[in-house]
Design a binder for this molecule. Structure first.
Ligand SMILES: NC(=O)c1ccc[n+]([C@@H]2O[C@H](COP(=O)([O-])OP(=O)(O)OC[C@H]3O[C@@H](n4cnc5c(N)ncnc54)[C@H](O)[C@@H]3O)[C@@H](O)[C@H]2O)c1
Length: 303
């Protein structure tokens, strides 16, 4: 699909919707239409979107829609980033389908409501894809593209080509599963982090320092498989398990099964609050941008 000629309708302009709007504005010449039910929408968008967009002349391509129909009827892409509940999403799509172009791509940003659950009342459920970002999407290259049980390969191919043209790194998740892939991995680590702090092994701040000075930087270069394949030396991942597989198994056997509502909550939440209070996400984004730029430049030079 031509990315310069795209018309993007953003439905829901909170944290994710505005960040996606900024991404489309930066990398395309698209017109962006924003629809949201909040009463102060126009004022809020004019106040907030400039904080995501470096070139303020891009903002001239943004229009506030007066209704859902107005937002989607000329759109080539409809990207939903509204509330995370199945009632909202499953009632939205039949209405979008009724008013949008027959070739429009329909994407949901959901963190966990599968396309199959959202599309149940649609005429053509295979039109809908989950396109799950890693926050904030105007910086993070990953998009998890998750079709429902009924899928249309042409819709998937057009979706991938759009994001690849924007320099993003979409991954097709071929089986609908809770939390998709990135959050499953992140939450597995979070669970063990909570367990370790709850056991009194290290504090919240010390655990963060461990991650920031070890697997954090390493995994932004190579993922866990390539890293441990390298860690095994000659013989790769199999050699790694031959050498320290016993310790790996001991850690897996000892892994923490902490759950929501458990006794850990009060002290871990308090430690976090005491250590960090209100965090500066602008600082996170500034540094993340620099790290991603270095990685992109270095990887582009590889043979
Ligand atoms: N925040 C994250 O880290 C993150 C990451 C990945 C995916 N997501 C997903 O993105 C989606 C949006 O999350 P968010 O964090 O931006 O939420 P948010 O609460 O910041 O924004 C949601 C927006 O939807 C608007 N809204 C409410 N009802 C609406 C309606 N009927 N029609 C149109 N707009 C309506 C709200 O006014 C609000 O501006 C969710 O599905 C969430 O799971 C969030």
């Amino acid at each position: 699909m031509s990315i310069t000629g795209a018309r993007v309708a953003i439905i829901g302009s909170g944290t994710i919707g505005l960040s996606f709007a900024a991404l489309h504005l930066k990398h395309t010449a698209s017109l962006i239409t924003i629809y949201d039910t909040r009463p102060d929408l126009e004022d809020y968008v004019h106040r907030t979107l400039p904080t995501y967009v470096a070139d303020h002349s891009d903002l001239e391509r943004v229009r506030i829609a007066t209704s859902l129909q107005d937002a989607v009827e000329t759109a080539s892409i409809v990207q939903e980033a509204g509330p995370e509940n199945v009632a909202f999403k499953s009632s939205l799509w039949p209405e979008v389908e009724q008013h949008c172009r027959p070739d429009a791509l329909l994407w949901s940003s959901t963190s966990g409501i599968p396309a199959s659950a959202q599309s149940m009342r649609m005429k053509t459920p295979s039109r809908l894809l989950v396109v799950h970002p890693y926050n904030p999407p105007h910086l993070m290259p990953l998009l998890e593209v998750v079709p429902g049980k009924q899928l249309d390969e042409d819709v998937i191919a057009r979706t991938l080509s759009y994001w690849e043209a924007l320099g993003r790194k979409p991954v097709v998740v071929r089986k609908e599963c809770t939390g998709f892939v990135a959050n499953r991995l992140a939450f597995a680590l979070l669970r063990e982090a909570i367990h370790i702090v709850d056991e009194g092994v290290v504090s919240v701040e010390e655990l963060d320092r461990v991650v920031e000075t070890s697997m954090g930087p390493r995994w932004s270069v190579w993922g866990p498989f390539k890293s441990y394949h390298a860690g095994g030396g000659k013989g790769g991942l199999q050699a790694f398990f031959d050498k320290i597989g016993g310790t790996v198994q001991d850690c897996w056997s000892d892994v923490g099964q902490v759950n929501r509502g458990g006794g850990w909550e009060e002290q871990v939440f308090r430690q976090c609050e005491d250590a960090y209070g209100e965090v500066d996400v602008a600082q996170r984004d500034r540094i993340t941008k620099k790290i991603l730029a270095v990685i992109e430049k270095e990887k582009a030079q590889l043979p």
